[in-house]
Design a protein. Structure first.
Length: 334
């Protein structure tokens, strides 16, 4: 006997029946242009140096960085974020290698600009931690604490040399109070009004930065909890967001991405500027390590994590898989 009334009237599963159906009704889509490739370039090496905690990621030579930028461009990636690693012995208390016009980061910017021109958005990390012998993101005072205002003066100088080298976007990442406004003024003062600022608005003091410290040869002593945000706080991020926008941020970022999707979603709902999220080294390393053990499907896990970040509201995602995923997405569309 038929008992039609016992069946559900609504069957959402109808929209999941085939890959074509699922693709057609997908609410969130990844595109190569959503992706930005973070890349490390190390001074004084002749071969790329593998980063042990990040399988597949290297400290580039100047030549291999140029090749990586060209490959990212060919895959459809929108941008590249550059981090410089100076030679041993060039770090000091003030991070002067970071403001040397001939320092490795400025040289790398010029190299990439010569390779890809304006076809790939060239971004640079604007922070001192790679260049200081104490590993902190700023200048220390007599008591060993990070001096906010003295650090801002160094950031202003750093912004100007990066802009002179040809960067399109600077990324002040040190979480100093007032950093966006100081950097904007410094750029405008030298006629670099067109250089954009990607503000690291909500950069949390995270346990997931560990592999990155290897990538940049960090000399960090202590921790960064007095300037990076407390993982427990969300309202604090919204205050930081309001301040960065008031100071002239063109784009804003949440970092890390995966553990802070709630923050990312709240930021994305609240602003009318592009929002970025940084899938950081520890997030990358966890997937690679679990996949190496055979515990998860690597490729599916990568796409799932990136889709989740995109779904939470990120317009742009910094990820070490950027070129690989862009190539995969491009192949799927052909």
């Amino acid at each position: 006997m038929n008992s039609y009334g016992s069946f559900p009237g609504a069957r959402p599963r109808r929209l999941r029946t085939t890959p074509a159906m699922r693709r057609m009704v997908a609410e969130t889509r990844l595109h190569p242009s959503d992706l930005i490739l973070p890349a490390f370039v190390r001074e004084g090496i002749t071969q790329p140096v593998p980063i042990q905690a990040m399988p597949g990621v290297v400290q580039h030579t100047r030549d291999t960085l140029r090749k990586a930028a060209a490959e990212a461009l060919a895959a459809g990636v929108s941008g590249i974020m550059l981090f410089g690693v100076p030679e041993d012995g060039k770090k000091d208390a003030l991070g002067t290698a970071g403001t040397d016009p001939d320092g490795i980061l400025q040289v790398a910017i010029r190299d990439v600009k010569a390779e890809v021109g304006d076809d790939l958005v060239i971004m640079s990390d604007l922070c001192l931690d790679e260049f200081t012998d104490h590993g902190h993101c700023g200048v220390l005072d007599a008591d060993g604490r990070v001096d906010n205002d003295a650090t801002l003066e160094r950031y202003a100088e750093m912004a100007q040399v990066q802009a002179d080298a040809g960067v399109h976007v600077v990324g002040p990442s040190g979480m100093m109070d007032g950093q966006v406004g100081v950097v904007r003024d410094a750029l405008d003062t030298i006629g670099k009004e067109d250089v954009s600022i990607l503000a690291y608005t909500a950069k949390y003091s995270s346990a997931f930065y560990g592999p990155f410290r290897e990538a940049v040869g960090s000399s960090l002593k202590g921790d960064r909890k007095t300037y990076q945000q407390d993982p427990a706080n969300l309202r604090e991020s919204m205050r930081e967001l309001a301040l960065d926008l008031e100071e002239g941020a063109d784009m804003v970022m949440v970092k890390p991405a995966g553990p802070y999707l709630d923050v990312l979603a709240k930021v994305a709902e609240s602003v009318d500027v592009p929002v970025a999220a940084y899938q950081i080294s520890g997030e990358y390393a966890m997937v690679e390590a679990a996949a190496e053990k055979g515990w998860i499907d690597r490729d599916k896990a990568i796409l799932e994590t990136l889709t989740g970040i995109r779904r939470a509201g990120a317009h742009m995602i910094l990820t070490y898989w950027a070129t690989e995923v862009a190539q995969t997405l491009g192949s799927a569309r052909r």
